[in-house]
Design a protein around this ligand. Structure first.
Ligand SMILES: C[S@@+](CC[C@H](N)C(=O)[O-])C[C@H]1O[C@@H](n2cnc3c(N)ncnc32)[C@H](O)[C@@H]1O
Length: 974
């Protein structure tokens, strides 16, 4: 899954039916993108979000995963639940508040423990100081003098910078910040003295290094360059230590950094750490209410209460709870069909199309005042905390980045080289940016240098376009990791422009800004978290994962205070996710795979996991359906994936683009058409969309056995009247809703003969589009028209038509046999396809033998053409071995065969013949001839498998003689 994500760039049982309905309307999306652009304001005016917020209630009650719905619903849900959570979070908050006040007392948290110990034990303190000194002394003796020199020089440089700073400060924006910081520090120092504590040198150091470096930037570039060189010379004596294997992207300065917390303005403001909403769903009868004790700040509590009094969230909450219950099937719905329809009506249907590559996106970005840096807790340090309610889908910030790729990192042999590189890259973003960059906090490790210190404290490991590296941005520098995040980060792709400044899309794009979007509503006072990387499993497992990959044990609220439902969901994800990459399950147990997916989607939704983990499950379901040529289900799954990915990435995201393309043409999905077991048309998806609350049953094939595949066309709706009649009018004990509900039955027997999959005859998907004057449809029409005309021009009208007709007839003749009957057994479907592949092999053998017989050749050519068509899936599947290659070692048991399947594939298989294998190539050749001779004589059952023959993968016939049916099969190789 992550592979796909990397290559490309992923709502619950409860929502798919509503969403699918919206999806049915989402055909209208085709026309909604009139400008090809999206501005957030446009999105904000979706029908689900009317001015008074009432509709958002409806949405909330309706479909928390739809894009607009999510914005409102989840938000509302989270908002109200968040209040509840705060009761649970009181403990945490108290701890945090304690630590804040501790910090105000001038105690640096990072060295709290250290200092306490030192206070207790003066001897120990002395020893440690000595040890610290020794660490510096352990430099090579020859370098020692130089190092001291360099340190002195650095200090001298810093002092001169301070003078500069003091001179410039009057004109500098940083002045006020610096002043307040200095004041804070002075206060802290005084208090520290009062407590008899040792004053921390870090203050001076930061003053010297941070602000002054920023100030120094005010000087001209040449001077800077000169200084760089000086620094380079000074630092060249320091050798970068060998990086320990902490992370695949080892930090550029891998010395374990001390836990020195950055000095920022600490306000004794209400503080709530990020927490996903409580999984316990409030009921309509007991709407959640804000409790004064749920907030550390009385004023904020009152505000929340006031909000709660204004009701909309509570009503939305109640509606959502009812709706969720209805969908989940936990309880019977109180919501009438009409009410439900009304809710569905409010779903947004105008998901925009991604703009053409490179089009400037006009999305609103929140003002910088919408969040601030605050101390979260001792473990996590500082984080970004929302100061206002943020809607799902909003761009919180878009950061310019300093990126250092792994190769660049590895090319730095010395600390100063790395420092210079970071400095150079940071300066590219302009003076103001650089100043702010220099003002980022950093640990007090001399060896790191200034840039190295900042990098070490704030960089995030990343992978982009297959490259690994680290990034650092001004806001990103303070965003923490959460295992259930409420924000999602994507990158912009920047294509290099040509001479005229036009982006060249055929060139490799460069990493642009890092865009962070809210994926659920984020309440004011809640920490904004992204996921540094997908974590899964229990809290301990996740902590190990973050420790291994990022060098810290995750202390996010989900890990710090694991609750049952979060744990279950993330553990289920870890256990079930691999199933969607398992060739055997995908090819042979599609219904099992879909059921697992349903279970997982439900669990993730309950735990409020709305990130790419969920989106990719929808995508995987679509791929599974696609593998079995089930256009209808694939289309529905892709609709859901598309909505969610849109929320995560916005309209110009890479995955969004990809999913949207697949949604338009599911056949473009890798592995599509591996079998024809689920053959359906996109039009069939309307059945799923219209099936309302039963859509889960159809979409996920809930009634199917693990290895079964029930085509959408086999579901038949029994109207309520007919159903009651069938029951003999026995409707006692059933409520009205049950009586009036239609039933979906699965029509028994074989699936009807499917139409041949033919891209030319299938109506283009845009034909379903109901939007008037749809831009996309017009474009498609124009393109098709152009193609037709050019074809006609090239081949000369009539002649070409005649030829095409002839070719069609010929093809029909070829495929008649295949169309006779369609096997619904996966194994036999599979055998048939493999046999086609065998034809290819045979044909190539013939050529190798120099068989020039024209009759044979034309026959073989025909065969091979057919085989090529049939086995295209096989070749395609080989391209995606991890994802959707069907199980290559599939065997048809003799018992299965004895059960008698009439499919053409099996008949062909039965008429085929196996040949004795031999390790000797000459004998093998003889064997092949023998095989061809005896082809018609024997009537043994044969099955095909892929085996390693002489180091090469070959399709092999596995023969079972008539006598062996039901007993044992003899295996021979060809
Ligand atoms: C980009 S910085 C975030 C800002 C950082 N908290 C600070 O105070 O400077 C990333 C660092 O924050 C800490 N961090 C982030 N998320 C964390 C989490 N969930 N648990 C523990 N530490 C975390 C780790 O030390 C990590 O290396």
């Amino acid at each position: 899954m992550s592979d796909i994500l990397a290559a490309l760039g992923s709502e619950s049982d409860s929502d798919y039916d509503s969403n699918t309905d919206s999806d049915s309307e989402s055909g209208s999306e085709l026309g909604t993108d009139q400008n090809g652009q999206l501005s957030l304001s446009e999105r904000e005016t979706t029908p689900d979000e009317d001015a008074d917020g009432d509709s958002s209630e409806g949405d909330a009650g309706d479909d928390p995963l739809s894009v607009g719905g999510l914005k409102e619903n989840v938000g509302d849900t989270m908002f109200v639940r968040g209040v509840k959570e705060q009761i649970e979070l009181d403990e945490v908050t108290e701890t945090v508040i304690d630590s804040v006040s501790a910090l105000q007392l001038g105690v640096e948290l990072g060295v709290l423990g250290e200092k306490d110990e030192k206070k207790d034990d003066p001897e120990k303190k002395e020893n440690e100081l000595e040890a610290e000194e020794q660490i510096h002394i352990t430099e090579p003796a020859a370098d020692e003098g130089k190092k001291e020199e360099s340190v002195e020089e650095e200090n001298a440089e810093q002092k001169s910078e301070i003078v500069d700073l003091e001179e410039n400060e009057g004109h500098d924006e940083q002045k006020t910040e610096g002043d307040s910081e200095l004041k804070n520090r002075e206060d802290n120092e005084k208090e520290s003295e009062a407590h008899g504590e040792e004053r921390n040198n870090s203050v001076d150091e930061r003053e010297n290094e941070g602000n002054n470096e920023a100030n120094k930037e005010g000087d001209d570039e040449q001077k800077d360059e000169g200084e760089d060189q000086n620094v380079e010379e000074e630092e060249s004596i320091l050798v970068l230590p060998v990086p320990p294997p902490i992370s695949p992207i080892s930090p550029i300065f891998p010395i374990p950094r001390p836990v020195a917390l950055p000095e920022l303005a600490i306000k004794p403001a209400p503080l709530a750490i990020y927490a996903p909403p409580s999984p316990s769903e409030p009921t309509a009868s007991s709407p959640p209410s804000a409790s004064p004790s749920s907030s550390s700040c009385p004023s904020s509590a009152t505000k929340t209460q006031d909000k709660a009094k204004r009701q909309p969230e509570i009503d939305a909450e109640a509606a959502l709870a009812t709706y969720l219950k209805e969908i989940d099937g936990n309880t019977k719905s109180d919501a009438s069909e009409d009410a439900r329809e009304e809710l569905l009506q409010r779903l947004p249907t105008n998901l925009p199309f991604p703009p053409p590559n490179g089009t400037e996106m006009k999305e609103e970005i929140l003002p910088a005042t919408a969040f601030e840096r605050r101390l979260v807790n001792k473990e996590m340090g500082y984080g970004l905390v929302a100061l206002q309610n943020i809607r799902a889908g909003t761009v919180i910030f878009a950061d310019q980045l300093v990126t250092i790729w792994q190769e660049e990192q590895e090319s730095c042999r010395k600390m100063n080289e790395a420092n210079t590189m970071i400095r150079r890259k940071a300066r590219k973003h302009g003076k103001e940016w650089f100043k702010q960059f220099m003002a980022l906090s950093r640990p007090k490790v001399k060896e790191y240098g200034i840039m190295g210190g900042i990098w070490d404290a704030h960089h995030l490991p990343t992978t982009w376009s297959g490259k690994r590296g680290g990034i650092i941005g001004l806001n990103l520098a303070y965003i923490n990791h959460g295992c259930i995040p409420n924000a999602f980060m994507t990158y912009e792709s920047i294509y290099p422009p040509d001479k005229d400044g036009i982006p060249q899309y055929d060139k490799q794009p460069q990493l642009g800004r890092a865009v962070v979007r809210a994926i659920t509503e984020i309440r004011a006072g809640v920490e904004i978290c992204i996921s540094y990387g997908q974590t899964a499993g229990t809290a301990k497992m996740r902590q190990n994962q973050t420790d291994y990959h990022f060098g810290f044990k995750c202390a996010c609220c989900v890990c710090a205070k694991p609750t049952e439902s979060f744990e279950n969901a993330l553990h289920a994800y870890q256990r079930l996710e691999p199933a969607f990459n398992d060739r055997f399950i995908i090819a042979d147990k599609p219904a099992l795979a879909l059921k697992l997916a349903l279970d997982l989607i439900q669990q993730l939704r309950r735990a409020y996991v709305y990130d790419n983990r969920l989106a990719m499950i929808w995508v995987k379901c679509a791929m599974i359906a696609g593998h079995h040529s089930d256009l209808a289900r694939a289309h529905c799954f892709l609709s859901r994936a598309r909505q969610l990915v849109f929320l995560l990435e916005g309209p110009s995201g890479g995955l969004y683009r990809q999913v949207r393309n697949w949604w338009l043409a599911p056949r473009l999905m890798p592995g599509f058409g591996g079998t024809q077991r689920g053959l359906s048309s996109v039009r069939d998806s309307l059945k799923i969309y219209r099936s309302g609350s039963d859509s889960k049953q159809i979409l996920f094939m809930v009634d199917a056995a693990a290895g079964e595949y029930i085509r959408v066309s086999r579901y038949k709706k029994i109207p309520a009247a007919a159903k009651n009649e069938q029951a003999g009018g026995d409707t006692e004990g059933k409520d009205d809703e049950e009586k009036n509900k239609a039933r979906w039955e699965i029509v028994d027997g074989l699936d009807p003969i499917p139409p041949k999959l033919d891209m030319r005859t299938e109506p283009p998907i845009h034909e379903w589009c109901s939007v008037e004057n749809c831009r996309s449809c017009r474009r498609t029409d124009r393109r098709e028209k152009r193609i037709r005309e050019s074809r006609e021009r090239r081949n000369g009208g009539e002649k070409e038509e005649k030829e095409a007709e002839e070719a069609k007839e010929e093809e029909k003749g070829d495929d008649k046999e295949e169309e006779k009957e369609v096997c619904t057994d996966p194994k036999t479907d599979f055998a048939r396809l493999l046999l086609n592949a065998v034809d290819v092999f045979e044909h190539s053998d013939g050529e190798a033998e120099g068989n020039t017989d024209t009759k044979n050749r034309s026959k073989k050519e025909k065969l091979s053409n057919r085989a090529r068509r049939g086995s295209k899936w096989y070749l395609d599947a080989l391209k995606y071995p991890r994802i959707l290659t069907p199980d290559l070692d599939v065997n048809i048991s003799p018992v299965d065969r004895a059960a008698g399947c009439n499919c053409v594939g099996l008949q062909q298989a039965e008429s085929a013949e196996s040949v004795q294998s031999s390790e000797n190539p000459e004998e093998e050749q003889k064997g092949k001839k023998k095989k061809r001779k005896g082809k018609k004589k024997k009537n043994n059952h044969a099955e095909t498998v892929i085996q390693d023959v002489g180091g090469e993968r070959k399709v092999v016939l596995v023969e079972a003689s008539d006598a062996g049916v039901g007993s044992s099969a003899t295996v021979e190789q060809d």
